[in-house]
Design a binder for this molecule. Structure first.
Ligand code: FAD
Length: 417
């Protein structure tokens, strides 16, 4: 089933009776070449690129709940390529390019909107750091514009420029940054993978990983045992638990990140605005709701929900930046489980166990990484060689200390970034 403007018109005129399910709902087969554990953005994208780029479709994605029910459907949808360090910057640059062609590639409207992202800074030192970051982005081939205070005021007149707590000195503007509709991204990849023969198995929890002679032979699931030559763990906040099924202890801690949405309002915010010092960021959804969030909850947890102290912290930071939001009514808040690595950078790698692969450690920024992560993991699974753009995302860096990517500049300590 192809989507097109003509199809929408025809279906609209004929009672919308021609739309079918977007993906098949197969029974699990006894064996596959490749099993991907986790039907989030990264798992589904990897399955799609395995089939599309490598012609491998004897693949199953096993999801314990429903597709898109994890963080891929819970995030605040920001897409950006404003990373600073080699290793990360080329990877997110690749991801941005894949985003820019994604709707055409998937024939699916993921509502990718390059409305621009502005990171505010509040001191001379921060301005220097952002100037360096902007130069690194431009050197990488991405875009960045350093704005002074008046430049920010011209673009974001609704901010409070008089508050003295975090005075606004300026901002780093990333015009190609923006947002995309999160669950549509999961659905688009799911549809593309299923159409190419990948089996997407929902309500199928992996409860064990079978091994013989140091190599995986398959998985045990709530829907029976499945044999596989290769198994990839792509379970975001649950990575530590799932890797433990294979006897591995990961350098990952799981923490909650919360987000909030208000009632629908007329258009007021036409960019994504990030207020690093106050741990607050905000954009406006296409339905009009203000979508915002803040910092991590620092207590490690697997509870997929938020808590009031962090809600208070986020509201306080938001009111400092943009007091007008105090008039909007918050409709919902929710939480997701973040897989935090010590250096704030991810892992796409083989493990010491033969045939077992890992894609995790996306911290609070893995949505924008979905296309490149899927692309790079598919490359690794198909060729057994790391994709050049993801070559730094080795698991061993936490064992031998070489190649740590301290993107946040806070040292190799998860609870500081
Ligand atoms: C509130 C919030 C805001 C965020 N904002 C942004 C943002 O603006 N921009 C950005 O880039 N990133 C953001 N993120 C981070 C981003 O959402 C995640 O890094 C990314 O979605 C994680 O990868 P994923 O999509 O594959 O994870 P998930 O969607 O969580 O997929 C993992 C899947 O594995 C499944 N699973 C777990 N255990 C098992 C098992 N035993 N068997 C089978 N299946 C299993 C889970 O059910 C889940 O569906 C945010 C996250 C949150 C929570």
């Amino acid at each position: 089933m192809r989507f097109s403007g003509w199809r929408v018109i025809r279906e609209g005129l004929t009672g919308n009776r021609g739309w079918g399910p977007h993906w098949r709902d197969p029974e699990p087969r006894p064996a596959y070449d490749i099993v991907i554990i986790g039907g989030g953005g990264h798992g589904l994208a990897a399955a799609y690129y395995l089939a599309r780029a490598h012609g491998l479709s004897n693949v199953a994605v096993l999801e314990k709940g429903y597709l898109g029910g994890g963080n891929v459907g819970r995030n605040t949808t920001i897409v950006r390529a404003n990373y600073f360090l080699p290793g990360n910057s080329e990877f997110y640059s690749l991801s941005m390019k894949l985003w820019e062609g994604l709707e055409r590639d998937l024939n699916y409207n993921v509502m990718h909107s390059q409305r621009g992202l502005i990171n505010l800074f509040h001191s001379d030192g921060q301005r220097d750091a952002f100037a360096r970051r902007g130069n690194a982005m431009i050197n990488q081939g991405d875009d960045a514009v350093l704005l002074d205070r008046e430049g920010v005021r011209a673009m974001l007149p609704y901010l409070d420029f008089e508050q003295g707590r975090f005075p606004i000195y300026g901002g780093l503007y990333h015009p190609r940054g923006g947002t995309a509709r999160h669950d549509a991204v999961a659905w688009g990849y799911a549809r593309g993978a299923s159409d190419r023969g990948v089996d997407l198995i929902q309500n199928c929890e992996v409860t064990g990983i079978d091994m013989e002679n140091g190599a995986v032979t398959g998985v045990r699931t709530s829907r029976g045992a499945i044999r596989a030559r290769k198994v990839a763990i792509v379970t975001a906040g649950r990575s530590g638990q799932v890797a433990a099924l294979a006897g591995m202890r990961l350098p990952v801690e799981s923490h909650i990140l919360q987000a909030f949405v208000t009632e629908g309002l007329k258009p007021v915010i036409d960019h994504v605005v990030s207020f690093g010092m106050g741990h607050f960021y905000i954009s406006q959804s296409d339905k009009g709701g203000l979508v915002f969030g803040g910092d991590l909850d620092f207590h490690p947890s697997y509870a997929q929900r938020g808590n009031l102290p962090m809600a208070e912290h986020v509201m306080e930071a938001g009111m400092t930046l943009m007091p007008a939001i105090g008039k909007a009514r918050v409709l919902r808040s929710w939480g997701g489980i973040m897989d935090m690595t010590p250096d704030g950078s991810p892992v796409i790698d083989r493990t010491d166990i033969g045939g077992l692969y890992l894609d995790c450690g996306w911290c609070y920024g893995g949505f924008k990484a979905v296309p490149a992560s899927g692309f790079a993991l598919a490359h690794l699974l198909a060729t057994d060689r790391p994709h050049p753009a993801a070559a730094g995302f080795r698991l061993n860096r936490f064992r031998d200390g070489a190649g740590l990517m301290d993107e946040e500049g806070t040292g190799a300590q998860h609870n500081l970034h």
